[in-house]
Design a binder for this molecule. Structure first.
Ligand code: UDP
Ligand code: MG
Length: 308
């Protein structure tokens, strides 16, 4: 029996030693073989050196160094493709996911579950960020064509059967928590209180958060495309009604000259123009993802590894 813990790290020098201590303590209690896979996502601080130090004193520490920053989801993906445990955990490196509850999560896998994912309660982030997360998860839940659980992030444990299934999915713009739902198997959520970041700043600027949200929406829903149909249909009908009304005014009433048309025309033209551009944007999002698939570039480039 072997455990793997996947830890994506990007400029986490302030967190590494506490993280290592707390995760190793939690795993030692399980009295089994384990490995800690640190995926260094192109860090520019002292993360690489600190990781090397950890590796030289503890051989269960394994390192994958990316050639540049490829993003959190890609780092998690690389970890999943390189782990060799029977039970595998994915955690953030900033200690927002407490390592101490891993034992409870792994125990559920013994109870015949294949995936145990964490449901975040009582987030400690700013009000605005919390509201953004809340709205996004509910919106995604509403439009996604699979049942993505509310408020579950990447923090989870899985058995190797599920990881093999995830690794068999070739898609490039990965929304790991969505793919995890997509593969199926027996899944259960456990609530936990999400801590605040142990040290340092969030490594998820708003642009990366939007990319993640868009990957969630456009990789798991056709609703945006279908909505274009609906909006287009409504717009066409509105314009037919307007045409009938104008013709009626022209031929059957006396006061045609008084029809106030200018403002209406401008509003309609800009509205329809907006709808068209918006729809093009939606098609573009799907096309962008198709283009990424066609290019067939690898998802990441590895600079070096240690411990494999
Ligand atoms: N991370 C990463 N690559 C990135 C951004 C973040 O590997 O480009 C890692 C980061 O080191 C952390 C995890 O992803 O372990 C989650 O990031 P963070 O805590 O900054 O996100 P937040 O909790 O603020 O959403
Ligand atoms: Mg965090």
């Amino acid at each position: 029996m072997k455990y793997s813990v996947i830890l994506p790290v990007y400029n986490e020098e302030e967190n590494l030693s506490t993280l290592y201590d707390r995760v190793s303590d939690a795993l030692k209690k399980l009295k089994c073989d384990y490995e800690l896979i640190f995926v260094n996502d192109g860090s520019r601080d002292h993360t690489p050196e600190l990781l090397n130090k950890l590796h030289s004193k503890d051989k269960s520490v394994k390192i994958i160094n990316f050639s540049r920053n490829f993003g959190h989801q890609t780092a998690v993906t690389a970890g999943l493709q390189h782990c060799s445990g029977d039970y595998i955990a994915i955690m953030d490196a900033d200690l927002q996911d407490p390592p101490e509850i891993l034992a409870q999560f792994f125990a559920k896998l013994d109870d015949d579950y294949d995936v145990v994912y964490a449901i975040r309660t009582k987030r400690k982030e700013s009000y605005l960020k919390r509201m953004g997360y809340d709205t996004f998860y509910r919106f995604l839940h509403f439009i996604a064509n699979i049942d993505i659980p509310l408020d579950s992030g990447d923090f989870c444990v899985m058995n190797k059967k599920v990881v093999a299934a995830l690794n068999s999915l070739p898609e490039r713009n990965r929304f790991v928590r969505g793919l995890r739902s997509w593969v199926g198997f027996r899944q259960i959520g456990i609530e936990y209180e999400r801590a605040s970041r142990h040290a340092g700043e969030s490594k998820y600027p708003i642009s990366k958060l939007f990319k993640l949200a868009f990957d969630g929406i456009f990789s798991f829903s056709y609703v945006p495309l279908q909505m274009m149909f609906v909006v287009g249909f409504i717009a066409i009908n509105m314009s037919i009604l307007a045409t009938i009304w104008v013709i009626y005014q022209r031929f059957f009433t006396e006061n045609y000259a008084q029809v106030p048309g200018f403002a209406t025309t401008v509003i309609l033209v800009t509205f329809i123009g907006g709808v068209q551009l918006f729809s093009l944007g939606v098609v573009g999002e799907y096309m962008k993802r198709m283009f990424d698939e066609i290019k067939q570039r690898p998802q990441y480039i590895i600079d070096s590894t240690s411990g494999f």
